[in-house]
Ligand binder design. Sequence first.
Ligand SMILES: O=c1ccn([C@@H]2O[C@H](COP(=O)(O)OP(=O)(O)O[C@H]3O[C@H](CO)[C@H](O)[C@H](O)[C@H]3O)[C@@H](O)[C@H]2O)c(=O)[nH]1
Length: 496
Amino acid sequence: MPHHIRPATSVSDPLTSSPHLPEQDAILVTGGAGFIGSHTVVQLLSLGLRLVIVDNLCNSSEEALHRALELAGNKGELFFHKVDLLDGAALEKVFELYTFSACIHFAGLKAVGESSQIPIGYYQTNVTGTLNLLQLLQRYNCRNFIFSSSATVYGLPSSTDPIREDASLGALNPYGRTKQYIEEILRDIANSEPNQWNIIMLRYFNPVGAHESGRIGEDPNGIPNNLMPFVAQVAIGRRPVINVFGNDYETPDGTGVRDYIHIVDLARGHVAALNKIQSFSMGAHTSVHNSNGTKSLGCVPYNLGSGIGYSVMDMIESMSKAVGRQLPYRVIERRLGDVALCVADPTLSAHDLDWRAEKTLQDMCNDLWRWQIQNPNGYEARVATAASGTEEEDEEEGTLREDSDVASVASTSSASLPETSPSTPTPGELAPSVFASLPVTLLPIISTIAKPAPVMISAESLKAVTAATPLVKPVVATQVPVVSPAGSPARGATAC
Ligand SMILES: O=c1ccn([C@@H]2O[C@H](COP(=O)(O)OP(=O)(O)O[C@H]3O[C@H](CO)[C@H](O)[C@H](O)[C@H]3O)[C@@H](O)[C@H]2O)c(=O)[nH]1
């Protein structure tokens, strides 16, 4: 039975508020408990949508889903299945339970360094996992798909200009190549069934920050690879000093420049993409055609970035402002594979998706700090691990403590918390329940997909029921590199 996103009242609807779904349909969200996934879930729930989350929780916490539902004011519906995408049989059980109108695919592994050490694991998890998912989507006739791609697919920028979607691709590591290959696969699939697929590939630049409530945020495993989670852990006192990877780049202050984007802006980008897909799904019912004459969107990449570049020193300065004291840093050698600058040209997203990044750098830092100070060890489920620390972490901190080459001394005691602005979920239509007979609870969680009929359990018993599932970390993003003197954002960019 074909499923379509319910047409809005007219094609010219701005479609910015709430994508409407047929009454019995749901949106499948893979990796929905991860950093980008959970923030997107808040946006979608706030619109009253029905979501089915599939996540193996290897790098995420179900607690994020509980909090997401709270943040959405208990709007919408959320069903969670702890399933690994490599377990095709378990995944199919999920497809047997619901009718999906669209899928947002976040799940995957995302650590650049690790991907060079275990490339087979990365190709298997990211590429094979995606193929399993796509096979089922095709079999169950859902051809509306949003993919978490990454600016990493661009590889080494050929110039210092902001990067457009038509730039050449050339990922530099196995992680990036999994994203690039999946993009190619998606193009092939769209071409194989003309006028049927609506696929949007969102190329994330550098997502940072947290929900403004401080309730959900990034909770990396072990030592953070990315700049801002590391900075936040220095701010909270879990690590002694920020390492600045080189200050001899061709940038205004010599440190690397990137296009940082607030996680909530990024999450809104997924709603914008869903709206775009909805308009084409509508086209299937009407005489609306794409500009190239086709009735479907096909497969289109969009950059999700601000178009503004900030240096590492800009980030440290803004985070210091958020925290209320100068954070300690030291300059060390460049990190292998880093580029000087990488910034998005967000023109196409603004034009086609009616989406723009709205939040400021200070918003990103204030919100990140709020999350970090309210959740010093991340989500509750990880407290035990974080508190004991890994051997690697202890070793590193020991080394760093002896290092005197720091710009200032960390002191968490003077930490200040930025003012909290209450979350204001977008009002939206409450979707009817998939299972009308089931009581609506705070978080209807279906834990067992081994049975054909869903079993709803309480949030409290969730951990007991969600036994072991190996594999995959939920996704997150990616990025790439532009420039500005400290505190003054540069539109676009110049050197690489
Ligand atoms: O401890 C750190 C971490 C990072 N940096 C610097 O901070 C900037 C941002 O680094 P991130 O690691 O936060 O982000 P990247 O842009 O390097 O990495 C992103 O882009 C990569 C591809 O280029 C991958 O996609 C990766 O997953 C994604 O996070 C870079 O100039 C980097 O050199 C530091 O100085 N110190």
